[in-house]
Write a protein that binds this ligand. Structure first.
Ligand SMILES: Cc1cc2nc3c(=O)[nH]c(=O)nc-3n(C[C@H](O)[C@H](O)[C@H](O)COP(=O)(O)OP(=O)(O)OC[C@H]3O[C@@H](n4cnc5c(N)ncnc54)[C@H](O)[C@@H]3O)c2cc1C
Length: 287
């Protein structure tokens, strides 16, 4: 690994100043689980590492007066999984967080680092997109709040600018009659990372579905909201309808093809997982 200066600012303003000053020569470090691997593999060679571990503004899980939730970017996956507020009000998020990687990575890796690295083979981005999350970005003298769909730009690419830091992830207040579920597929039991994941949120007051959002992630360059699920709106879901939605979903999205799996294989797994996830979400048995 090459030599670098390790900086430990204690305020958000200082972090933004350092990032604005050093630009591409510096990298923010949170838990370091992704960045340290990238440094060792010489995928990046910054001259300065700016740790955000001592910055209080990036910590904590807070409920606002309007009941919306703010999760500090420096919150570990384990803290998300174990938060009693998240378990009670956003159970799909705590279940998702408890499936990330293994104990070591969950205890060290942060939700903010996960989003900023924008590795497609991950769990939180799709789940947060389905939950309608927004991200709070702080730059030198300016703050932006972006919906997840605008933050996740492409394969390993986000909307973060050089002087910006992800401060927090905001989730809308829990809605009455809302349901959420998360399902992921590992290619082999020895894998940590998902090959495909499906996140679903819905609002259902009677038998028919009032609102539905289904996001496919991990096999796409960035998580995508599937449009074919619109066929389920204002309907009572049936196994046949779900099969047809899953088939169209698999045809509709752009899938990756790489050393982990071919595009054809991933497309088939997307079809099967969308069908399983929708069936489980609406308590129907898969055909
Ligand atoms: C063995 C292993 C298995 C894994 N399995 C899974 C899995 O199953 N599912 C899954 O979702 N993920 C998985 N991961 C990825 C893991 O979730 C991420 O590595 C972790 O969340 C990154 O967080 P971090 O705090 O360690 O980020 P760091 O490594 O510190 O940073 C990652 C990147 O984000 C930037 N960054 C970090 N914080 C900020 C911020 N606040 N503002 C701006 N930029 C920032 C850094 O500059 C760097 O580019 C796995 C990782 C490993 C090593």
């Amino acid at each position: 690994m090459h030599d670098f200066d390790y900086l430990e600012p204690t305020t958000l303003h200082e972090v933004c100043q350092l990032m604005a000053q050093w630009g591409d020569e510096a990298r923010v470090m949170a838990g370091g689980t992704a960045l340290m691997l990238a440094l060792r593999q010489r995928l990046t060679s910054p001259q300065r590492i700016v740790s955000v571990a001592r910055v209080p503004e990036l910590r904590g899980i807070h409920v606002a007066a309007d009941q919306s939730l703010s999760i500090g970017a420096f919150t570990t996956h384990s803290e998300v999984a174990q938060s009693s507020h998240i378990q009670q009000h956003y159970p799909m998020l705590s279940r998702m967080a408890s499936q990330v990687a293994n104990w070591q990575v969950r205890n060290q890796g942060t939700i903010g680092g996960n989003l900023c690295y924008a590795d497609p083979a991950t769990d939180p981005p799709g789940c947060l997109l389905a939950l309608g999350a927004e991200v709070v970005l702080q730059g030198l003298g300016k703050q932006r709040v972006l919906p997840m769909a605008e933050f996740l730009v492409d394969y390993y690419e986000t909307a973060l600018e050089a002087d910006e830091v992800l401060v927090a992830i905001r989730l809308p207040a829990p809605q009455p009659h809302a349901l959420g579920s998360y399902m992921r597929h590992l290619k082999t039991p020895a894998d940590h990372r998902p090959l495909v994941n499906v996140s679903i949120t819905s609002v259902q007051s009677g038998a028919a579905i009032d609102a539905l959002c289904l996001v496919v992630g991990a096999s796409t360059p960035f998580p995508v909201r599937v449009q074919s699920t619109n066929a389920l709106l204002a309907q009572q879901p049936t196994a046949t309808l779900i099969q047809s939605v899953a088939q169209t979903a698999a045809e509709e999205i752009d899938v990756l093809s790489d050393s982990r799996a071919s595009a054809d294989y991933r497309r088939e797994v997307v079809r099967v997982l969308v069908e399983r996830a929708l069936s489980a979400h609406f308590n129907l048995s898969c055909m």
